[in-house]
Design a protein around this ligand. Structure first.
Ligand code: PFF
Length: 454
C-alpha cells in the first residue's frame, strides 16, 4: 500500500478553519478558562486574556503557520527547512514531545468527561451535594482504575479518527464536531442566562474591576492564552502543512483566534450566570465542572431540565476534548509516518502507546498520593513541564526563527500566499515588529515568571 505522503491537504477552507479551531477550542476554553477566570477575579482576567491572545496569539500562530506551510511536511522537517540547518529540527521535536505529553495527561480529564457523560445519561450525576461529592471521590478512589482505562480508551478513540487520514479523519470529524459544540454551547448559554440573577454572572465576566489587575493575573492570562491557542507544540505547524497554497494565512489566523476567544467567553457565559443565580462561587478550581456544576444544575433547574442540561454539558466537554486530542495525536503521527518507514497506522500505534503510558501514569498519580516527582503528582509534573517550559520555549523559538532566521522573501511568500494576497507595508512592519521584538520579550517574561525568576 502506498504511504500517505506530504502532498495531502485539507479539502476545503471551512475544513481548515474547523480543524484548526477544533484544536484550539478544547478543555482549555471550556474547563480551564472559566476555572482560572473564577479564581482570578473574573472580567479583569478576561480583559488581559483577550488583549494577550490578540497580541501574542496572532503573530505566534502566524509564525507556526508560516513554518508549517513552507515546510509542507511534519514539524521536525518543517523546522529544519525553516532554520536552514538540521539542528533546527530539534525545535520541532520538542514540540512533538510537548504535544504527546499534553495528550497523555489531557486524556485523563477527557476520560473523566466521558465518565460523567455516561453517568449523566443514566441520570447519575445530579442529586444532593453529598451524592455529587461521593461520585467524584469514587472516581478518584485509589482502588478505582477507571480513570486509567478511560484515559487509554480516549487515546484509542482519537487514534481511530487519525488513522482515517487528514481529509476523511481529521477534517470530516472536525466538520461535524465543531458546529455541534457551538450549538450545544449556545443552547446551554440560553439555559444559563434565562435563570434569575443571571446578570450577576454576566457582570462578573464582562465588567472588570481594575484593582484586580496585577502581574500575577497577567502571567496567568499569558499561560492560558498559549495553551488555548495550542501554541508552542508544533500542532499548528503540522496542520499548516496540510493547508493549500492559496490558503490566506493571515485571515485564517485572525478567524481561528477570534473563534477561540469567543468560545472561551461563551463558556464563561454558560457557567457564571448559572453559578451566580444559585449563589455558588465559581472559584472551586479544577473540580468546578465535576462538582460545582452538577450542584448548580440541580439547584437552578427542575430535574428534567437539569438532566438534559447535564447530558449536553458533558457531551460538550467530551467533544471539545476530542477535537483537541486529534490535533495533538497528529503531530507525532505525522513525524513518525513521514520520517520512518512505518505506515500511518503503525505510526499512530506508536504515538498511542507512548501517550497511554503518560496517561496511565498521570491518572494513577492523581489517585495515589506521593506518585510523582518533586512532591507533585506525575499529572502535575507533565502539566508544569509542558506549560512552564516546553510551550513557551517552542513559541519563543518559532517566533525568533520567523522574525530573524527565515529569509524575508520566504516569509513574505507565505504571508501573501505567493503574491495572491498583497500585504500593505504597515501590516508587514507590524508583523515583523511583533515577531522580532514584542513577542520574544513577552515570552521571555512569561518564562522567567513561570520559573519564579520574576
Ligand atoms: N488548545 C487546547 C485547549 O484549549 O484545550 C489544548 C491543546 C491542543 C494544547 C493542542 C496543545 C495542542 F497541541
Amino acid at each position: 500500500m502506498e504511504k500517505e505522503q506530504n502532498k495531502v491537504t485539507f479539502a476545503t477552507r471551512l475544513g481548515i478553519i474547523f480543524a484548526t479551531a477544533g484544536s484550539a477550542v478544547g478543555l482549555g476554553n471550556i474547563w480551564h478558562f472559566p476555572t482560572t477566570c473564577g479564581q482570578n477575579g473574573g472580567a479583569a482576567f478576561v480583559l488581559l486574556y483577550v488583549i494577550i491572545t490578540l497580541l501574542i496569539g496572532i503573530p505566534g500562530m502566524m509564525g507556526e503557520f508560516i513554518i508549517g506551510r513552507n515546510g509542507g511536511k511534519n514539524a521536525v522537517s518543517s523546522y529544519r527547512k525553516a532554520g536552514g540547518k538540521k539542528v533546527f529540527g530539534i525545535i520541532g521535536a520538542i514540540g512533538v514531545l510537548g504535544g504527546s505529553l499534553i495528550l497523555g495527561f489531557y486524556s485523563v480529564i477527557a476520560g473523566w468527561c466521558v465518565y460523567y457523560f455516561g453517568l449523566a445519561l443514566g441520570d447519575g450525576v445530579l442529586g444532593s451535594q453529598e451524592h455529587i461529592n461521593n461520585t467524584f471521590a469514587h472516581l478518584m478512589a485509589p482502588d478505582n482504575y477507571m480513570p486509567c482505562i478511560l484515559s487509554v480508551a480516549f487515546i484509542l478513540l482519537t487514534q481511530m479518527i487519525i488513522v482515517r487520514g487528514v481529509r476523511k479523519g481529521i477534517e470530516w470529524a472536525s466538520k461535524i464536531m465543531v458546529p455541534t459544540l457551538i450549538m450545544l454551547l449556545i443552547l446551554l448559554i440560553g439555559a444559563s442566562c434565562s435563570l434569575p440573577n443571571a446578570f450577576d454572572g454576566i457582570r462578573f465576566l464582562l465588567n472588570p474591576d481594575f484593582t484586580k489587575l496585577n502581574a500575577h493575573v497577567a502571567f496567568k492570562a499569558l499561560g492560558e492564552a498559549f495553551f488555548s491557542l495550542s501554541l508552542g507544540t508544533a500542532c499548528l505547524c503540522t496542520y499548516a502543512s496540510y493547508f493549500k497554497e492559496e490558503t490566506n494565512l493571515l485571515r485564517s489566523t485572525v478567524e481561528i483566534t477570534l473563534i477561540d476567544v469567543a468560545v472561551a467567553m461563551m463558556a464563561g457565559l454558560m457557567i457564571f450566570p448559572a453559578a451566580f443565580s444559585v449563589n455558588v462561587e465559581p472559584d472551586a478550581g479544577p473540580s468546578l465542572v465535576f462538582m460545582t456544576m452538577p450542584n448548580v444544575f440541580e439547584q437552578a433547574f427542575p430535574h428534567s431540565v437539569a438532566y438534559v442540561v447535564s447530558v449536553m454539558f458533558y457531551l460538550l466537554l467530551t467533544i471539545a476534548a476530542l477535537t483537541s486530542t486529534i490535533s495533538m495525536h497528529e503531530i507525532g503521527t505525522a513525524v513518525i509516518s513521514q520520517e520512518t518507514p512505518l505506515s500511518r497506522s503503525k505510526a499512530a500505534w506508536v504515538v498511542s502507546a507512548f501517550c497511554s503510558v503518560i496517561g496511565v501514569l498521570s491518572a494513577y498519580s492523581l489517585s495515589h498520593k506521593g506518585v510523582g516527582l518533586f512532591g507533585d503528582s506525575f499529572f502535575d509534573n507533565f502539566d508544569k513541564l509542558t506549560a512552564n517550559i516546553m510551550l513557551p520555549l517552542g513559541a519563543l523559538c518559532t517566533i525568533l526563527i520567523v522574525g530573524w532566521v527565515m529569509p524575508k522573501e520566504t516569509v513574505m511568500a507565505e504571508l501573501t500566499s505567493g503574491g495572491l494576497y498583497p500585504r500593505r507595508a504597515w501590516v508587514v512592519k507590524t508583523f515583523y515588529f511583533f515577531s522580532r521584538i514584542v513577542c520574544p520579550i513577552l515570552i521571555v517574561c512569561i518564562f522567567m515568571n513561570k520559573l519564579d525568576i520574576i
